[in-house]
Design a protein around this ligand. Structure first.
Ligand code: GLU
Length: 507
């Protein structure tokens, strides 16, 4: 029988979610939705030392903002809960015990200091100490100690860890759905800790047990977990779950804009772009890290940009809605090599999604800023203004810079334009023009234009002589939409007033 596809996003709440983490969530989500399966959120918080308050809420809020809403998980309910590993503590011990009883794992009593000494000794000999099949027989563990001593130590409540006994010389071969065939020899692998005497499992045990109990069919995660895959495969095997274990896929790294090295949490602040979905305040230092949401990105732009970091549809198409992504997404089109992040491209996507918004939607988004500036403008006029300038904007926050002159008169005039376009007779001409504007009865762009043209012809003035100076008077620069539209929207009295002000200020 075909099993229902179930995938999970399993972040550790050790800080804000990196955009690479969001991409992992996205690819899981797309994969699940395409096959009509389930997308779970599991919080992997077994490492209490690395727990950061607020990180879990941040993860959940980020997923919601991105529209990647889990079908099950912390904050979303479901049949396989609890979905927070710290609340599943009681579940893991029985599996650790089982592995020990079956000879797949063993107790190790070596203290942190002892292991540290061994590490240093090895370092001094330019070697690396590893707890593995070459060293385990000389260390303090249940493979070397007598049964009596083991019982004594356990009864005394001595600290221990449970380690996986990596089998000797086995090739673990797996068909990764992204990377193809990958193989590892167990002689290269160490005896990882699975469980500790404080009753907490480590990532490896908890991850495998939970993926099994939550009936996960596909593990899609970052490349940094590839090296854990052979251990995970052996754990499924040892626990008797080989038949139903998930298939693995490891996503490529996201690289810095220059193309070399992994995009790190610190790059954003250094290079001036966000690496986190939402603004994050470090609870310890109080420091802020920028977020895509607060920087003004639309979630659909952020998601579209992330989707193309390491995946392509095989066509020229670059704009995808989430529904289109669900339809065309395929793990076989995810690349193996790192995907270079381009912050300019992120802005380009935002521009695209801003252009897709109606003037009405953008006007709504713009209003709070106008209100905060004490500017009152009726909806219809605001929508008209927005429709004239939106193609000059990448972000909602650009709307003000591109349209402020519709609401307030310019206070300065672009010097370069003044120098090149404000001639000795300009003021005189504009004064005549202002008087002419007084006589225009129908203050509507087309009508103004028609009368203006006739007026210019009667004066035998070239358009160039007055168009730019009038624009300068109204806008303060030589940019902006059609001058007659600006005249209409600014209003007759205000326009004439601004022309006279410019004459007096520029003279
Ligand atoms: N807790 C791991 C992380 O933080 C999950 C890795 C996995 O998906 O297996 O990324």
């Amino acid at each position: 029988m075909e099993r229902r596809v179930r995938v999970r996003f399993a972040p550790s709440p050790t800080g804000p979610l990196h955009m690479g983490g969001v991409r992992t969530a996205l690819f899981n989500y797309l994969f699940a939705k395409k096959q009509g399966g389930d997308f779970l959120l599991r919080i992997e918080d077994t490492d209490q030392n690395r727990y950061v308050p607020g990180a879990e809420d941040y993860i959940i809020e980020s997923l919601k903002w991105c529209g990647l809403v889990p079908d099950e998980g912390v904050g979303f309910g479901g049949e396989c809960g609890p979905y927070r590993q710290s609340e599943r503590k009681a579940i893991y011990k029985q599996y650790a015990d089982y592995l020990i009883n079956q000879g797949f794992a063993y107790f190790a009593f070596d203290t942190a200091e002892e292991l540290d000494t061994l590490r240093k000794q090895a370092e001094a000999e330019k070697q690396v100490f590893s707890y593995d099949l070459h060293t385990r027989n000389g260390l303090k563990n249940s493979l070397t100690l007598s049964p009596g001593e083991i019982t004594d130590r356990l009864q005394r409540g001595e600290h221990y860890v449970v380690r996986f006994k990596m089998p000797e010389n086995r090739d673990i071969v797996e068909e990764d759905l992204i990377r193809g065939r990958v193989s590892f020899n167990t002689n290269q692998l160490d005896d990882k800790v699975l469980f500790k005497s404080d009753g907490m499992p480590t990532y490896h045990l908890a991850n495998v047990v939970d993926d099994h109990l939550m009936q996960i069919t596909h593990v899609i995660r970052g490349e940094e977990w590839l090296s854990s895959m052979p251990l995970h495969i052996l754990l499924y095997e040892s626990l008797g779950w080989a038949e139903t274990r998930p298939r693995f896929s490891h996503l490529p790294l996201i690289l810095k804009p220059e193309g070399k090295g992994k995009l790190s949490k610190r790059d954003g602040d250094k290079l001036g772009f966000p690496v986190f979905p939402l603004l994050w305040k470090d609870p310890e230092t109080g420091e802020y890290s920028r977020g895509y949401r607060e920087d003004g990105y639309f979630p659909e732009a952020f998601i579209n940009m992330l989707a193309l970091l390491g995946w392509n549809s095989g066509t020229e198409q670059e704009f995808f809605s989430i529904d289109e992504l669900i339809e065309v997404f395929d793990l076989s089109r995810v690349v193996k090599s790192g995907a270079r992040f381009d912050p300019e491209k992120a802005k380009w996507f935002n521009r695209h999604y801003l252009q897709l918004k109606s003037a009405q939607e953008l006007a709504e988004l713009f209003k709070p800023e106008l209100v905060s500036k004490g500017i009152v403008v009726d909806d219809h006029k605001l929508e008209t203004i927005v429709s004239k300038i939106k193609d000059r904007c990448e972000f909602v926050k650009d709307l003000w810079a591109q349209s402020c002159y519709f609401f307030v008169a310019p206070e300065t005039y672009d010097e370069k334009t003044v120098k090149s376009k404000w001639k000795s007779d300009t003021s005189e001409k504009l004064l005549v023009l202002a008087d002419f504007f007084e006589t225009v009865a129908d203050w509507e762009a087309d009508a103004i234009k028609e009368e203006f043209s006739a007026f210019m012809a009667s004066k035998e003035w070239g358009f160039g002589a007055v168009m730019v100076p009038v624009r300068l008077a109204l806008v303060g620069t030589s940019t902006g939409p059609d001058l007659f539209e600006i005249l209409e929207l600014v209003g007759k009295e205000e326009a004439i007033g601004r022309i006279k002000t410019a004459i007096s200020k520029i003279q």
